[in-house]
Design a protein around this ligand. Structure first.
Ligand code: SF4
Length: 270
């Protein structure tokens, strides 16, 4: 006869309150302040900025930056933007129209527009309805047509019909942000500005010229690190490199002139 064995100890269910404590917390519960605990205080902005800087990769050194821009310069001594314009005003209008649109598409629309309106006075006289007809192939054309006519009015009323060579003044115009102002200052007035668009942002991070999480951080890094003798053209070299070689999805690294200086995780050649 089989000897009876002592029954295995059964595990008693924990009280409901303990079970609730043992369960893993959802993300929402984790972030919710615990009753009685002191609420988390936001870190001072200076501390946040230092932590953000520490989490970014380090920028390459000055010798590599010099070499990168030397090669861009050799490959393209006089880089040019691709928007068509005949004066500072038409450049300003073309850049305002180019937000979230291609330069090719903007040029198609502005060629006939600038043939009839190449000054703020003529653009204002043309009026919003007619401007809208000229630019209707460009994304967000209704808002952009309105901005173009309104900025023309403001140029006449506040700046004597001239485009101001001053960023603080430019950004007060409708449809003009910091990037647009930087493009106009660089191309129309020869200022050494960095207009950080999606291409410059990507290339500056991939090449670690000016690593940053926002366009403003990249702009500040480039202004600090690009050698003075390359600053006027730096923004065009970086845009053109990003648009035609260092593309977002499939960078063409096999024909990149700075491939041996690039340590990006997106690089597609050894
Ligand atoms: S090697 Fe590739 S990823 Fe690096 S900069 Fe050149 S094109 Fe861009």
């Amino acid at each position: 006869m089989k000897k009876p064995t002592a029954p295995a100890p059964t595990r008693r269910a924990a009280p409901a309150s303990q079970r609730a404590q043992a369960r893993p917390k959802t993300p929402a519960q984790k972030s919710a302040p615990t009753a009685g605990a002191a609420p988390k205080r936001a870190l001072p902005k200076a501390v946040q900025a230092v932590r953000a800087r520490k989490s970014m990769p380090r920028a390459v050194g000055p010798q590599i930056i010099e070499e990168i821009f030397s090669r861009f310069h050799t490959a393209m001594p006089e880089p040019k933007g691709e928007l068509e314009y005949v004066n500072a005003f038409t450049l300003l209008v073309a850049v305002v129209l180019s937000a979230q649109a291609t330069d090719v598409g903007v040029n198609k629309a502005t060629r006939p527009l600038f043939a009839v309106a190449d000054t703020p006075q003529k653009m204002l006289a043309l009026g919003e309805d007619k401007v809208r007809e000229y630019v209707k192939t460009i994304g967000l054309f209704r808002t952009k047509a309105k901005n173009v006519v309104e900025l023309s009015r403001q140029l006449i009323e506040r700046f004597g019909g001239e485009v101001p060579a001053d960023r603080d003044a430019l950004v007060t115009l409708p449809g003009v942000g910091r990037k647009t102002a930087n493009v106009v200052l660089n191309m129309a007035f020869g200022h050494e500005t960095m207009a950080v668009d999606t291409h410059i942002f990507r290339v500056s991070n991939r090449l670690k010229l000016a690593p940053g999480k926002t366009p403003d951080q990249v702009e500040a890094g480039l202004e600090k690190r690009v050698p003075k003798h390359f600053r006027l053209h730096a923004h065009h070299w970086l845009i053109l490199h990003g648009r035609y070689t260092c593309k977002a999805l499939r960078p063409e690294c096999e024909r990149c002139v700075v491939s041996d200086l690039c340590t990006s995780a997106d690089k597609r050649v050894p």
